[in-house]
Design a protein around this ligand. Structure first.
Ligand code: BGP
Length: 489
């Protein structure tokens, strides 16, 4: 057994540090539905999901899990699971239907007040994402959303309303979900709203993918830092909360046992995780990006650097799986990998015909529990052990054509996945990583963005017609894990 290989230790909730948060994670557009109810405005995802050909089977989030009408039932489900945290996001257009150009919608404030109050009544901490992909379409139409620096102002305006309205009760805030993934999916590949891409990253000819992804992350980082500055100045001391960001975090391993692939792993990581986190901890983009992108990389002013530096109290980590990385700086690979914005690397899940781990229902996610330990170690070392929360970790069941409801509900592989990933996380914690929470993606099967309802991460299955929540076997496992506090060591 090498350094981080899977050892199947039996783990229990009480093996984790005192006060550790265990819960589930969701986001507004993926579960709420009710897009036009009680004054909610049109979002970029309403428009994108209704554009033919963008989403698998042309599905959309119009109803999703009908959580808008069933939030109480969902909170009851979480309460009976025994979680002590729930991560969810606030729909920007429920609060500000037209972004900065209109009034606050009191019904939106009321909806999230009810969620927060009902969670707290049951001893569940709200862990709130301010922005998780969905934003007012009006901001998209007026100036192109995150491409414009006006978004920095508009995001801060939205965040301020959230702090003012909910900060007396919300102690865990994250500003933006996965900036690097948005850059990649929405502004390189064109598979997320607003669907910008250009060759070689996709077949549409909107946007200029050379610069747009870099500008989008730049604006998101500055929007984050400005919101945090405001929070720290006016709210944090009074409200006693903490604030961070959520990073999309794949773990990488060298494809070949060669130095060039080990270097490629460093670049692949730098172009994903430090791209977002280095500026927020050190005030500057990673050296690996500077040396490849040079003057293409947007520049922070001195004032911006000092605003960014130290602008996170904690790091939210979304982690699902690992991939192999191959160096493409010495010899050409694919057209995509030959583009500087990828850091001259190629990623793959397969080496010599053998996958890096069990395949899941999402083609890029392989089950590699050791990746959790490696990733947490990497973040711990690079960022001097800033507190971390695993804000998403989940197993996507492969879709079988002849699948029965019985198969779907007997999700043994999901249980094995979480057990193994939790054991790997525990190993990292025992080696000193300051990880304070673990949230399963997801409470419910939901609208999985470009994949519609076809891929499923939920502990509960949701009947697409009746919206009934049906517990999978993993519900039993998670609740007995959460309720069993016997130490195994
Ligand atoms: C993360 C998102 C979630 C969720 C999850 C599942 O990137 O923050 O919103 O969708 O991934 O991933 P996917 O839908 O790509 O399979």
């Amino acid at each position: 057994v090498q350094c981080c290989d899977e050892v199947e230790d039996a783990i229990s909730r009480s093996d984790f540090p005192e006060g550790f948060l265990f819960g589930t994670s969701t986001s507004s557009y993926q579960i709420e539905g009710a897009p036009f109810e009680d004054g909610r405005g049109l979002s970029n995802w309403d428009v994108f999901s209704h554009t033919p050909g963008k989403i698998k089977n042309d599905e959309n989030g119009d109803i999703a899990d009908d959580h808008y009408h069933r939030y109480l039932e969902d909170i009851e489900l979480m309460s009976s699971l025994g979680v002590n945290v729930y991560r969810f996001s606030i729909s920007w257009t429920r609060i500000l239907p037209r972004g900065i150009y209109g009034d606050i919608n009191p019904n939106g404030i009321m909806f999230y007040n009810k969620i927060i109050d009902n969670l707290l009544l049951r001893g569940i901490e709200p862990f709130v994402t301010i922005h998780h992909h969905d934003l007012p379409q009006e901001l998209e139409e007026r100036y192109g959303g995150w491409i414009s620096l006006l978004m920095q102002r508009d995001f801060v305006h939205f965040a301020e309303i959230c702090f003012k309205s909910f900060g007396d009760r919300v102690k865990y805030w994250t500003t933006i979900n996965e900036p690097a993934l948005v850059a990649n999916y929405a502004y390189m590949k064109g598979i997320y709203a607003p669907g910008h891409c250009s060759p070689p990253f996709g077949n549409c000819n909107t946007g200029n993918s050379d610069v747009e992804p870099l500008i989008v992350v730049h604006n998101m980082l500055l929007a984050h830092a400005k919101a945090v500055e405001l929070y720290r100045k006016h709210f944090q001391a009074k409200q006693g909360g903490t604030i961070g960001i959520v990073a999309h975090s794949v773990m990488y391993e060298p494809l070949r046992d060669e130095e060039c692939d080990r270097q490629a792993v460093n670049r692949a990581l730098a172009f994903l995780i430090p791209w977002v986190l280095d500026p927020l901890v050190f005030g500057e983009y990673p050296a690996e990006m500077h040396s490849i992108l040079g003057s293409q990389l947007p520049v922070f002013s001195l004032k911006e650097k000092s605003l960014l530096k130290g602008s996170i109290d904690f790091i939210g980590i979304n982690h699902y799986g690992s991939l192999y990385v191959k160096d493409c700086s010495l010899s050409a690979c694919s057209l995509e990998a030959d583009h500087p914005i990828t850091g001259f690397v190629e990623v793959t899940g397969i080496r010599d015909g053998v996958p890096i781990g069990d395949q899941t229902g999402f083609s890029w996610f392989y089950v590699v529990p050791r990746g959790m330990q490696k990733l947490v170690d990497y973040v711990k070392i690079r960022y001097h052990n800033i507190p971390m929360y695993i804000t998403e970790n989940g197993y996507c069941s492969p879709l079988k054509p002849d699948e029965t409801m019985h198969d779907l509900l007997q999700d043994v592989k999901r249980i094995d996945y979480h057990k193994a990933y939790l054991a790997a996380l525990l190993r990292a914690i025992r080696k000193g990583a300051d990880v304070r929470g673990y949230m399963i993606w997801s409470l419910l099967d939901n609208f999985e963005w470009a994949n519609g309802y076809e891929i499923r991460y939920g502990l509960y299955h949701v009947n697409r017609d009746t919206h009934e929540r049906i517990p999978k076997l993993s519900v039993q496992w998670f609740s007995s894990f959460l309720n069993n506090t016997i130490r195994t060591n």
